[in-house]
Design a protein around this ligand. Structure first.
Ligand SMILES: [Zn+2]
Length: 253
């Protein structure tokens, strides 16, 4: 894996790996946990009348390779599918864990690596399979997305941000965009050269991305998958939830 791409071959991935592929010609990426046996567990936006774009998942009923492809519990957006259906002919990439801050900042595209370290593969697979059976909450309510799902399976880390700012690189890239736009217009007059503007904008973008990386943030907690439903506050009071987390001794830092 190089600095600019995390592209891997199918033979290189193993159970517990966080993989992703690009959809719609690099417009966005879709993430999942490879659980072995050619299967991927991933968090999707299940088709409803109100959804229209990203990560729309239409269960494949005609999958020739695996009869349980597209399996999900009723009302759950966590889906099991084969690698072919996950990739949809897209290229396979591996999400990197435990990268150094300098490598993280050098990465051009958000949402391809994190400074957080991965838990052992069997723990990762356990979380993914548990969430396949129990769900991962509502896609919209806590701004969960497929990358958040995979990050959680790999690290067990959840943010306790009351405003539900997403943990993932894709989400923070969106947050960074208005800042970059702001810097590129009126301040241009004060900058010595166009090159300076570009450097500064890129630098600010990278630093904002770094600050929201799950491996760097200080407002993350480690949560056992069995406690996840409680901690995501699905219909419950979040204040109580946070007290539970701390009293359980699972406060990470
Ligand atoms: Zn399939």
């Amino acid at each position: 894996m190089g600095l600019l791409t995390n592209r891997v071959e199918r033979s290189e991935i193993k159970a517990g790996d966080h993989i992703y592929t690009y959809r719609a010609v690099f417009a966005y990426s879709h993430h999942g946990i490879f659980v072995g046996g050619g299967k991927v567990v991933h968090f999707t936006r299940v088709e409803t009348s109100s959804t229209s774009n990203n990560e729309l998942y239409i269960p494949t009923t005609e999958c020739a390779t695996c009869p349980d492809c597209g399996f999900r519990q009723p009302n759950s957006q966590v889906v099991l599918s084969c690698l072919d259906c996950f990739l949809k002919h897209g290229a396979l990439y591996s999400f990197e864990y435990g990268v150094s801050p300098s490598v993280f900042i050098a990465k051009v595209r958000g949402g391809t690596c994190t400074t957080a370290t991965s838990d052992p593969p069997q723990t990762v697979v356990h979380r993914a399979m548990y969430l396949l059976q129990n769900g991962f909450g509502n896609y919209d309510a806590f701004q969960n997305n497929c990358e958040d799902f995979a990050l959680y399976c790999k690290t067990g880390l959840l943010t306790v941000d009351r405003f539900g700012v997403g943990r993932s690189g894709q989400a923070s890239s969106v947050i960074g965009a208005p800042l970059a736009a702001l810097l590129s217009s009126p301040l241009k007059l004060l900058m010595p050269s166009p090159v300076g503007v570009a450097t500064m904008t890129a630098g600010m973008y990278c630093m904002s991305r770094y600050a929201t990386d799950i491996g760097v943030r200080t407002d993350v907690i480690k949560v056992a998958v069995e406690d996840l439903a409680v901690n995501l506050g699905w219909g419950n009071n979040r204040e109580i939830v946070e007290e539970n987390v701390i009293s359980n001794g699972r406060l990470l830092r």
